[in-house]
Design a protein around this ligand. Structure first.
Ligand code: MF3
Ligand code: CO
Length: 259
């Protein structure tokens, strides 16, 4: 499959969708504290998406015969991604919580995620968040025109494993644009110099998912929630990035909002 490249108009629309996705995420971060439920975060996310004139790309998203039932994905501790918000899930001091926000705006999709500490977390979890965040930055730095997707993958994997953690294999980053998932797949593991060539005008969702323990995952019986097989905590950071002659440009940058 050829990788779509965006023209000027497509890029302008991607900028807008991505700015909205980032702004929603930014508004949710300060709401994370002990006692809050993941449903509280879902409702705030749903309302911010609407207020900013967008639609959730997650709500109703079809996978097999199932449709995702919420506007946000909220994944706590050993939940890697696609956690379904619930009024039963109360955040506690020491938890880590991943917020994944994907929006549609004017025919284009913006996708980003961030893992936030709840109150005071363990030094190990602090390191897990820092390493995953830095792995994302290292991956983005490799999203250079002329490089290959494997250069992004290898940079992420090397850094994560050098720090004693593992990268999830079952889920990957992806192109994003007029659909939430476009080619190419962007694994968080792989070898330099392999995979598709990066060209000008690609919009890529780069998203390391990093486990404290082993890389294996399983899906819960709700059909969506991915958890680590060994129960260890997992972190997830994601940006949508535009590849350009001037180097990689992160599109998921929040905008100030008026109260
Ligand atoms: N960022 C996630 C992804 O790229 C969002 C999935 S939405 C869901 O897979 F509906 F699948 F949950
Ligand atoms: Co994504």
């Amino acid at each position: 499959m050829t990788i779509p490249v965006k023209d000027k108009t497509g890029i302008a629309k991607m900028r807008e969708a991505c700015a909205i996705a980032a702004t929603v995420l930014e508004q949710l971060k300060p709401l994370v504290r002990p006692g809050v439920t993941t449903q509280d975060l879902e409702e705030a996310g749903r309302d911010w998406i609407a207020r900013l004139g967008a639609r959730s790309a997650c709500y109703g998203y079809q996978h097999g015969s199932r449709r995702y039932p919420a506007h946000t994905c909220i994944s706590v501790n050993d939940e890697v991604v696609h956690g379904i918000p619930s009024f039963k899930r109360v955040l506690r001091d020491g938890d880590i919580v991943s917020l994944d926000i994907v929006v549609w705006h004017d025919g284009y999709v913006g996708d980003n995620a961030f893992t936030v500490p709840v109150g005071t977390i363990s030094p190990t979890n602090e390191k897990l968040l820092r390493v995953t965040r830095e792995a994302l930055d290292l991956g983005i730095k490799q999203a250079l025109v002329g490089n290959r997707i494997g250069d992004v993958s290898a940079a992420i994997q090397q850094f994560v494993e050098a720090n004693g953690f593992s990268v999830v294999r079952d889920m990957v980053g992806h192109g994003v644009g007029v659909a939430m998932h476009e080619p190419p797949e962007i694994p968080n593991f792989g070898r330099r110099g392999t995979g598709d060539k990066i060209r000008t005008g690609m919009t890529l969702a780069i998203e390391p998912m990093v486990n404290l323990g082993a890389y294996k995952t399983k899906t819960l019986s709700d059909g969506w929630t991915i958890v680590t097989a060994d129960g260890s905590p997992s972190a997830h950071f994601e940006h949508t990035v535009l590849t350009s002659e001037h180097g990689p440009e992160v599109l998921t940058i929040p905008r100030p909002v008026s109260a």
